[in-house]
Design a protein around this ligand. Structure first.
Ligand code: AMP
Length: 296
């Protein structure tokens, strides 16, 4: 597998690819990531996966330093998926590559986690970044939008693949691609789940066995609420069903939000009409956050 470390190497490799699918990740790959990779391998001549734990989306005190990292295994998983889909010769071909830059490649001035000390260019997507995840983690979408813009500029992919698991992120990314006139098609892929229903996430590595078993409450809560949405479009009633499930669970410390939002603009909807998504985030007693969503 070709490993590209610098933007210069990346641009040289990119020139040789007629069409390119791009899967940005922070590594610690699971089947959710590999599904995006599979989709890209099937839909493009070549596929690039980036592995970069983006400092600017972490607030001081969050888990930047302890975020799970498993670079060698990640590369092996990507290589195996390429062989499964493209055949054995793919390992010799130049059709797949990993972009794993040092922080200084993407942040030439360096990056401070404290926004007051930051210098340089940042991207803010107004209207869809302040609510839900943006309210709980105020710097998060500015960091995401900034790194995704940098990556799309560096990679210039034909298509880029994102997971529905992070639904608000997909709205932010679609918005910045539209507003900044970036010529990449954004593809959103369904959330990959454990057989229990728990959405796969790199941070699930932090769960104990007991927590993992009980964490399915989040998907159950959202599913029960989605069932009600077949009979009513009253958001408060739908949200109430999900909340009742969550507050009844002994692993949940705090229900951070349960909300129904427009899939286009992410504005909060009092009536669950049109393309809408029900999202929730909970904090477990262990301190870990889980988020999930279902389309209504
Ligand atoms: P991350 O490495 O967590 O930044 O995720 C990289 C990409 O994988 C993002 O587009 C995520 O939305 C996507 N992703 C993460 N978990 C899942 C999942 N369970 N199913 C589908 N996509 C996912």
């Amino acid at each position: 597998m070709r490993i590209l470390r610098t933007v210069k190497e990346l641009r040289e490799w990119r020139k040789l690819q007629p069409t390119l699918g791009f899967v940005p990740t922070m590594g610690a790959l699971h089947n959710g990531h590999l599904n995006l990779v599979g989709r890209s391998l099937n839909e493009n001549h070549s596929t690039l996966m980036s592995i970069f734990v983006n400092p600017s989306q972490f607030a001081p005190g969050e888990d930047l330093d302890s975020y799970p990292r498993s670079f060698d295994t990640d590369v092996q998983k990507f290589a195996q998926k390429s062989v499964d889909i493209l055949g054995k010769s793919s390992s010799e071909s130049e059709r797949t590559a990993v972009f794993a830059p040092k922080t200084s490649e993407l942040y030439p001035l360096g990056i401070e986690l404290n926004p007051k000390k930051q210098r340089g260019t940042f991207v803010e997507v107004l209207g869809c970044s302040h609510q839900l995840e943006g309210a709980v983690r105020p710097q998060f979408f500015r960091g995401v939008a900034t790194v995704v813009t940098k990556l799309l500029n560096a990679v210039q992919p034909t298509k880029a693949y994102f997971g529905q698991k992070d639904i608000q992120q997909t709205v932010v990314v679609r918005s910045l691609v539209r507003d900044l006139l970036i010529p990449t098609e954004i593809v959103v892929c369904e959330t990959e789940r454990e057989p229990s229903g728990l959405a796969l996430s790199s941070r699930n590595a932090y769960l104990t066995d007991a927590e993992r078993e009980k964490s399915v409450v989040l998907y159950k809560a959202l599913s029960a609420a989605r069932d009600l949405s077949k009979n009513t479009d009253n958001s408060a009633a739908i949200i109430g069903v999900a909340r009742d499930h969550l507050v009844g669970s002994d692993i949940v410390d705090n229900v951070e939000y349960v909300s129904i939002n427009s899939l286009d603009t992410f504005e909060t909807l009092e009536r669950a009409q049109g393309a809408a998504v029900l999202s929730a985030a909970i904090r477990l007693k262990s301190g870990l956050r889980l988020l999930d969503n279902v389309l209504l």
